[in-house]
Design a protein around this ligand. Structure first.
Ligand code: ZN
Length: 321
């Protein structure tokens, strides 16, 4: 095989109020807002990208904030939990921080040798922190509100919830290069040997559970990393040959994307590592102002009039310095 999935590229979810989302992920969890832009398919709404200081693939959690949309429903055919990696000694810090901010959490519980705490974001999306020795220390936002030694270090993994896990497992192992690494009851852990962070996905078997509905508080899709356009083209060809309905390549400005549904109905994307988030603003300024693709620049004044104003964490830091 001359093409390889490296790990998780990004996870995209639907939020309600954008300021509440920003306060939670940048303010409380300490991620960097690495891109403030609009939804290219619906430019009257934001698209918020969070990540480490650079916006490395494998650290990127993005949201479409839709303040007037209804709540989604958790269930099968979804990414049910998004798990971030933290250092092994970081859990007491996070337990204290979540307690102080009155965020209810469960755990720590032991999962495949790591300790995990679980909580929900303000819209009900499920988030986990996994204290693990494989948390890469160079995947942090060092200038964020959380001390670097305890800060989130990109994704650890994601959990897919499936009524019947077998066909999904087949896609992961027969096509995408994962191997079954561990099993505990209804939880199956698949891993890539790419040597990259965030190379783990858990599949939880939940027979008889009703399908989820993707709206506020749920994950919209999960994207997997491919190093370049050539390999992405090979994935497009192979997935098509295997009978998946795959989208054409789409230019998402910061990466190029193809989309398809895995057999359990979760939307998968394969996204290129390049060009990355510094393509339209300097790294030092990532996320500090609204950026638009060239085709939307003529509409900037109109869009800024309809988009709700946001209090940006970086702007606050500049004002204080
Ligand atoms: Zn995506």
């Amino acid at each position: 095989m001359n093409k390889q999935i490296l790990g998780i590229h990004h996870i995209t979810a639907i939020a309600g109020d954008p300021q509440t989302n920003l306060d939670f992920y940048a303010g409380l969890l300490g991620l960097r807002l690495v891109k403030l832009t609009v939804n290219f398919d619906d430019p009257g709404t934001y698209h918020l990208y969070y990540g480490d200081g650079v916006g490395h693939p494998g650290t990127i959690l993005t949201f479409f904030p839709w303040p007037s949309a209804p709540k989604g429903r958790h269930g099968t055919g979804q990414v049910s939990e998004t798990a971030f990696a933290v250092a092994e000694n970081a859990l007491n810090f996070w337990i204290a921080r979540l307690t102080e901010r009155r965020v209810a959490f469960t755990g720590p519980v032991e999962r495949f040798g790591d300790k995990v705490i679980s909580f929900s974001d303000p819209d009900g999306m499920r988030v986990e922190l996994v204290a693990t020795r494989i948390a890469p220390p160079d995947r942090v936002w060092e200038a964020g509100p959380v001390p670097a030694e305890f800060a989130i270090r990109g994704f650890h993994s994601a959990t897919l919830r499936e009524a019947d896990h077998r066909a999904t497992a087949g896609l992961l192992t027969d096509t995408m290069g994962f191997q079954l690494a561990a099993q505990d009851g209804d939880r199956f852990r698949y891993a890539l040997d790419s040597g990259s962070p965030a190379a783990i996905v858990d599949v939880v078997r939940a027979p008889g559970e009703r399908p989820g509905r993707v709206l506020v508080g749920t994950v919209h899709h999960i994207a997997w990393r491919t190093p370049d356009d050539r390999q992405q083209g090979e994935w497009l060809a192979e997935l098509t040959r295997r009978g998946y309905g795959v989208s054409p390549v789409m230019d998402r400005k910061y990466f190029h994307s193809i989309y398809f549904r895995e057999p359990g109905n979760t939307l998968f994307e394969i996204a290129t590592d390049p060009p990355g988030f510094a393509v339209d603003e300097p790294q030092a300024e990532l996320g500090s102002h609204l950026v638009l693709p060239a085709w939307l620049e003529p509409q900037r004044a109109g869009l800024e009039a309809v988009l709700p104003p946001l209090r940006l964490p970086q702007a606050a830091e500049v004002a204080q310095s």
